[in-house]
Design a protein around this ligand. Sequence first.
Ligand code: ADP
Ligand code: MG
Length: 392
Amino acid sequence: TAALGYHKVVKENMYLYNMVQDLKGNIRVYCRVRPATSPEAQNAINFIGEDGSVVVQDPFKLQKDGRRVFRFDRVFGPSATQEEVFKDTQPLIRSVMDGYNVCIFAYGQTGSGKTHTMSGPSSGATKELGINYLALNDLFQLSNRREDLIKYEMHVQMVEIYNEQVRDLLAEDTSTTKYPFYSATLKLEIRSCTNDNGLTLPDARMHYVKCPADVFKLMKLGEVNRAVSSTAINNRSSRSHSILTIHVQGKDVSGSVLRSSLHLVDLAGSERVDKTEVTGDGLKEAQYINKSLSCLGDVVAALAQKNSYIPYRNSKLTLLLQNSLGGHAKTLMFAHVSPEGDSFGETVTTLKFAQRVSTVELGAARSNKESTEVIELKEQARRLRLIENLKK
Ligand code: ADP
Ligand code: MG
């Protein structure tokens, strides 16, 4: 009966999920404004509203059309804590345990706070942990809570995309015994076809993890490996995309299986590079980054507009994430901006990009904010009741 009950939960969830999604859409965009680096800095962010609006103004009045208003699903100001940001991300992350694929992107110019949001202030810090850590803790907690009902197994992959090449950040380089075991030469092939396990990177090392500590160790190794490769080319970590993927598999007592993945993506810096000033490697990097970020924008915008053609194949990033973008997958993009006047140009560019990938429907959903929240609460309550009933 537990098995039947489980299917009921899934079916029920699917129904409510569709209902909520119809109202909300699958794509959400949050904006996060980082604190200013110095108190004297001229402020370019004029206003942050609870309705998700953000107003930017050129403090130097160099541009004629210097004042702009943008609107997102949510805006976090400079004083927002990591916990507050996580709280608004948690329901999305939890849906991974119900079988949905989820992608979370951190977008913005270098120094705007992408890594802060995803991983925390710096490697080794134990305070102000970012979404990656809080999410993993939460997933394992949920897995333990549902233990009697579903047995979950989790595996982790971590790769970077640099100049349109995919590299494994958790691979062991067998040619060296030196720590870390990073193999800078290992280039991975992306499978666009979905094989049995739905992996698009079957050759990237898959690490079985049974507790948050296991994942944290791997994340540190991945960070070290990414840093090692950055000594070769200056500032590489801001010129590459890093993707941490948690593959979840759940089996209920009847043996039916649920599979899903959570992708946590720290994107390359979105700053425009002055083409007249860079040459060689720098120019190549800039072109690759430009291409893959604009392609990501195209894909997300096409999904948001429910286009029939989605240009996944135009970049490695979107090809790799193809199975997790669109369909029933859920996407959240954090657009990071700096409040400083000097960054006004980049801030506007970032907000324009983010605005383009959020939808018209989301605008409608916003005015329905209360009712969608009520629906989501009902959904949660219902799910809990069903699970409680199963346990009896
Ligand atoms: P990015 O990854 O976009 O290049 P970082 O996350 O490395 O940017 O942020 C740059 C610096 O600003 C770091 O020292 C980081 O700790 C700090 N920082 C960014 N966002 C915040 C925030 N919301 N609160 C406090 N410090 C922040
Ligand atoms: Mg960073």
